[in-house]
Design a protein around this ligand. Structure first.
Ligand SMILES: [Zn+2]
Length: 567
């Protein structure tokens, strides 16, 4: 059944516009009530570094254990208290789209998400979480999905979704795909999307994600509007061959699929506790190694749904776990725990990424080297050893993938030198964001001579975000950093490894669809490409300026002679 009228060119543009509005909104989600470590996102889709919390909510503090909790992202639902501001951001995005290409939308549209967020009202809490099943569809007007909106039930009179500009009602009465009558989970099945033939999808022509507006009407007549549900979209011709490996495992040319029907990896999706952040990644890695060779430096694990903390419905956010470290003098101890993931010494790190095209993969992969070099010199925001991970201090002008953001009033950015004794708060680019020289040194991709001095600002004055000054400026050189870490990096450039292999793992609690297989495969190939960054995601090789490569092809399938798209 079709719930949409066919797209006109105008409505297609509207969908593109909402897609980009969603990108901007998708990362504007501080955790409201989760216990999961998290941080705020600066406005804009995709902060690359965990950001300091502007409000004193201890529950939202990242708890840096032995895992890098890359929590800037969408942890938790969108704050209702700032809905109006986000609406403005959305409208600004739509306005921009009317006159520019989608790529023309640059940095943050606002800074709503950094504002203190509390419960707007008791009734505003009726929304809990949303889920599309399947999570990805072909935009052919035929492939369909089911939307579920979970509410607290009490006081909810009606739930609707704005679908191609038409409000459609969801049901909680065992019709329209609803599984349990009267449980507060409102459902609508048969939702399709159409896309004009010949019009490329916004992400590399073949993919997109789109957010949808949901309205809860309360019994007292008040309305609760949010943009929580996000659906993946794939161009209809992207139907990729795959191999069934048995035991719920399958693979395409660049993605490995696990049907986790017993919840060994992500139990009870989408309400999944991740109190133990190691367990799901170890379980997923072990399943991969049961079918594929130990040939990967990095694994990237993504649930085939947005998953939420059961205790507060905050969405889980990306993080990285190092499996081993064999690099000396970068501030991380030597260790090898790769066996606990099922690798025999090859695996370097495993990344958890929330459901998405993969916007934060480039930041997370940086944590494979910890990113706490120079900690004792005060340029790193982290905990003392044995902490393995870190980010550059917001007040240091390292300005790479791994920097904390400065929040100052309505200004958010990475501290960046103007070269004249002043600094600016540089907004994050939605396109290519390169790794900084210090990061490239830590990764072994440039020699120390190419790392310029970094500066730490003491009592900075952010009143002019384009010309930041400070009471005192502390200069830290790479020679000082090397001395503090016991010497230059070993192995040094150019002997250090620079060609890497990765495997993308998607995990679902039900069989994958062709559209989902295509979505994850294409997303993985983009990250392994040397394409320019987009949607706040920079392919790894691009981020290194071509100094390193990341091959996301699954080697076991060479016998299939499948052409792998090299973009
Ligand atoms: Zn991080």
């Amino acid at each position: 059944m079709r719930y949409m009228r066919p797209f006109t060119a105008r409505s297609a543009q509207g969908l593109v516009a909402r897609t980009y509005a969603q990108i901007k909104n998708a990362r504007l989600k501080p955790v409201l009530r989760t216990t999961a470590p998290s941080c705020f996102a600066p406005a804009g889709r995709r902060p690359k570094a965990e950001t300091p919390l502007p409000v004193g909510n201890a529950r939202l503090k990242p708890v840096l254990g032995t895992i890098a909790p890359c929590s800037f992202a969408p942890a938790g639902r969108r704050p209702k208290a700032v809905g109006r501001t986000l609406w403005l951001a959305l409208l600004l995005a739509l306005t921009a789209l009317a006159t520019t290409s989608p790529q023309g939308i640059g940095g943050p549209a606002g800074c709503a998400a950094q504002a203190p967020v509390g419960k707007a009202s008791a009734q505003a809490d009726a929304f809990r979480y949303s889920r599309f099943t399947p999570q990805v569809i072909y935009v052919d007007g035929v492939d369909s999905t089911t939307l579920e909106i979970a509410t607290s039930k009490a006081g909810v009179a009606e739930v609707s979704v704005l679908w191609d500009d038409a409000p459609l009602r969801l049901y909680d009465d065992r019709t329209h795909g609803d599984r349990v009558a009267g449980d507060g989970i409102y459902t609508l099945n048969g939702l399709t999307l159409d896309w004009p033939a010949g019009l490329p999808l916004p992400f590399e022509g073949v993919l997109s994600t789109n957010g949808f507006q949901v309205t809860l009407r309360h019994s007292d007549g008040s309305l609760e509007t949010l943009y929580d549900p996000v659906l993946g979209m794939v161009r209809p011709d992207q139907r990729l061959p795959f191999v069934d490996l048995g035991s719920g495992l399958s693979a395409t040319r660049a993605a490995f699929f696990i049907v986790d029907s017993t919840g060994q990896i992500f139990p009870n999706m989408p309400l999944t506790s991740l109190n133990d952040r190691y367990r799901p990644l170890r379980a997923a890695a072990q399943r991969l190694y049961s079918a594929l060779p130990d040939a990967f430096d990095f694994l990237f694990v993504m649930p085939d749904a947005r998953i939420f903390e059961p205790s507060g419905y905050g969405e889980h956010v990306p993080y990285c776990i190092m499996a081993r470290n064999d690099v000396q003098h970068i501030g991380v101890p030597l260790f090898d725990e790769s066996a606990s993931f099922g690798s025999h010494g090859r695996l370097r790190a495993v990344v958890y990424h929330s459901w998405d095209i993969g916007a934060i993969l480039d930041h997370e992969i940086g944590h494979a080297w910890g990113m706490r070099t120079g900690y004792s010199l005060g340029v790193v925001d982290s905990n003392p050893p044995p902490e393995r991970y870190g980010h550059w201090l917001a007040q240091a002008d390292i300005a790479g993938q791994m920097s904390q953001f400065v929040f100052s009033g309505s200004n958010v950015g990475k501290l960046t030198s103007n070269g004249d004794g002043t600094w600016r708060l540089a907004q994050q680019s939605s396109g290519t964001e390169p790794y900084s020289p210090l990061e490239l040194y830590v990764m072994g991709l440039i020699p120390p001579e190419q790392v310029p001095p970094v500066h730490r600002l003491v009592n900075p004055n952010y009143s002019n975000p384009q010309r930041v000054t400070a009471q005192q400026v502390v200069t830290v050189t790479i020679q000082q950093i090397m001395a503090a870490e016991g010497g230059p990096r070993v192995p040094a450039y150019p002997q250090a490894q620079h060609d890497f292999r990765g495997a993308f793992i998607a995990v679902s609690d039900r069989p994958f669809t062709d559209a989902e297989r295509a979505f994850y495969t294409l997303a993985a190939e983009f990250f392994g490409s040397s394409r320019p960054g987009k949607w706040y995601e920079t392919p790894f090789a691009t981020g290194t300026g071509g100094r390193a490569s990341l091959d996301m092809r699954l080697p076991v399938f060479s016998w299939l002679y499948l052409p792998v798209i090299r973009r």
